[in-house]
Design a protein around this ligand. Structure first.
Ligand code: GDP
Ligand code: IMO
Ligand code: MG
Length: 428
């Protein structure tokens, strides 16, 4: 019956993978509905670390069926490398279902992503270089390659030919790169077709049936609210719909079947790549968060930009996604601070903004207005009940809850699957 959406509240890397994983056995289907291998989710089970990019986090739960929805873009080499890597570690990927309508990241899109960034120079987005933007651009301009095209040699050839007619002009004439041949692209994509075929389905039907049978379906976002192409800090965003609305278009599950929206909020803020970030820290506190929180990208290894928690963003995430429950992650990382600042509003040229400014230039100039809360020194990693948290940590969570306008149902106190404090069940 219920479809539940799980999104990131900030700029990604909030711990969505861990949150999905911890619901594990109670969830029957986990659907990735947007993004591709720009995502990186680290999940720690019994001290073993798994880094997932393209596969839904549910792949680590044997009872769960992982689904790659139509809203995802797939790099076939990465998909099979990830599958082989998990199989080699004894994780079965047999249940994986892939939408026939998902788009394929063609080699020319990876090339275009990288050369465009180089061309932009100081105006670059700081993409992951995985071909994500150009592949979504092709989808929207209706010259993309879809999973189903792989199974008809003739159709695939025609589509690649049509795409390359334009891409090669751009590659050779604007970027001064060599042209890519149709054969090259076919030779890269076609060998995967036979292996992919048994996984491919009309995932909209699979999910409809699952919901009719009363199964729990979790729709897991890649990226996050402020990286969403419509609602994020455009143009410093990814090219897909990472907010709750994207869960419907990216999976084919209608809005009327969604009963809950869970947002993951890191107890501080991080961002990878370029773009505005009001609470960013350039001092020892920023270094403390990066080192203690181990804030280095799962996908590109880049150090993440770090700053204090921004509840203007939290409130915005509540509003845009219709959040019913928050999971606050990495509370343990804040241990040892004398005071913990929370951004409650912005000052833009002397004017106070309590809500996210619609005008990007205001957001660029926003100076955080902080409220200072008392810190705590106790190690939180073994705490499993809210009442056992130090009083200052409890006060921090309760104040954040008040500021973001939706209840905090769980709190992460370490990377491990079991390192969680539950306040309200995430599944009914
Ligand atoms: P995702 O992209 O949203 O799935 O997040 P990432 O996996 O990229 O980054 C989150 C990182 O924080 C991972 O290394 C997790 O193992 C780790 N993590 C998740 N929850 C917690 C937590 O509550 N405490 C600590 N210390 N680490 C956590
Ligand atoms: P998860 O799912 C953090 C960022 C990139 C860049 C911008 C556009 O792990 O939270 P893209 O390659 O998508 O065109 O890059 O988006 N970005 C992420 N940042 N976490 C992610 O995913 C991200 N996926 C993309 O750094 O700024
Ligand atoms: Mg990540």
């Amino acid at each position: 019956m219920p479809a539940i959406v799980l999104v990131g509240a900030q700029w990604g890397d909030e711990g969505k993978g861990k949150a999905t994983d911890l619901m594990g056995p109670d969830v029957d289907y986990v659907v990735k509905f947007n993004g591709g291998n720009n995502a990186g989710h680290t999940i720690v089970i019994d001290g073993e670390k798994y880094a997932l990019h393209l596969l839904p986090s549910g792949i680590l739960t044997p009872t769960c069926t992982p689904v790659i929805g139509n809203g995802v873009v797939i790099d076939l080499e990465v998909l099979f490398r990830e599958i082989d890597g998990l199989e080699a570690r004894g994780v079965s990927t047999d249940k994986l279902v892939v939408s026939a309508n998902a788009h394929i990241i063609a080699p020319y899109n990876r090339t275009l992503d990288r050369v465009t960034e180089r061309f932009l120079g100081s105006r670059k987005i700081g993409t992951t270089g995985r071909g994500i933007g150009p592949t979504y651009a092709d989808k929207m301009s209706r010259n993309g390659i879809r999973v189903q095209d792989l199974f008809d040699h003739h159709i695939l050839e025609q589509k690649v030919e049509a795409a390359l007619a334009l891409k090669n002009q751009i590659l050779t004439k604007i970027y001064n790169r060599r042209a890519i041949s149709v054969t090259e692209v076919m030779d890269e994509l076609l060998p995967y077709a036979a292996r992919l075929a048994p996984m491919v389905a009309d995932t909209t039907r699979v999910l409809e049936r699952a919901l009719d049978e009363g199964k729990n379906v979790l729709l897991e976002a890649g990226q996050a609210t402020l990286l969403d192409v419509d609602h994020g800090t455009y143009p410093y965003v990814t090219s897909s719909s990472a907010t709750a609305g994207g869960a419907c278009t990216g999976s084919g599950i209608p809005p009327t079947r969604i009963t809950r929206v869970i947002a993951i909020l890191k107890a501080y803020t991080t961002r990878v790549g370029e773009g505005p970030f009001p609470t960013e820290l350039f001092d020892a506190d920023g270094e403390f968060l990066r080192t203690t929180g181990f804030e280095f990208g799962t996908t590109t290894g880049r150090p993440r930009r770090c700053g204090w928690l921004d509840t203007v963003i939290g409130r915005y995430a509540t509003r845009i996604n219709g959040v019913t429950d928050f999971v606050i992650t990495k509370l343990d990382v804040l241990t040892g601070l004398d005071t913990v600042p929370i951004c409650v509003a912005y000052d833009v040229d002397g004017v106070r903004h309590d809500e996210m400014p619609v005008n990007q230039s205001d957001f660029h100039h926003a100076k955080p207005v902080y409220e200072e809360l008392a810190g705590w020194s106790e190690d939180l990693s073994d705490i499993r009940r809210f009442e056992d948290l130090p009083a200052a940590a409890q006060a921090y969570v309760l104040r954040v809850e008040e500021l973001i306008g939706a209840r905090v149902s769980a709190i992460g106190v370490g990377p491990g699957r079991e390192q969680i404090i539950s306040r309200h069940p995430l599944l009914d």
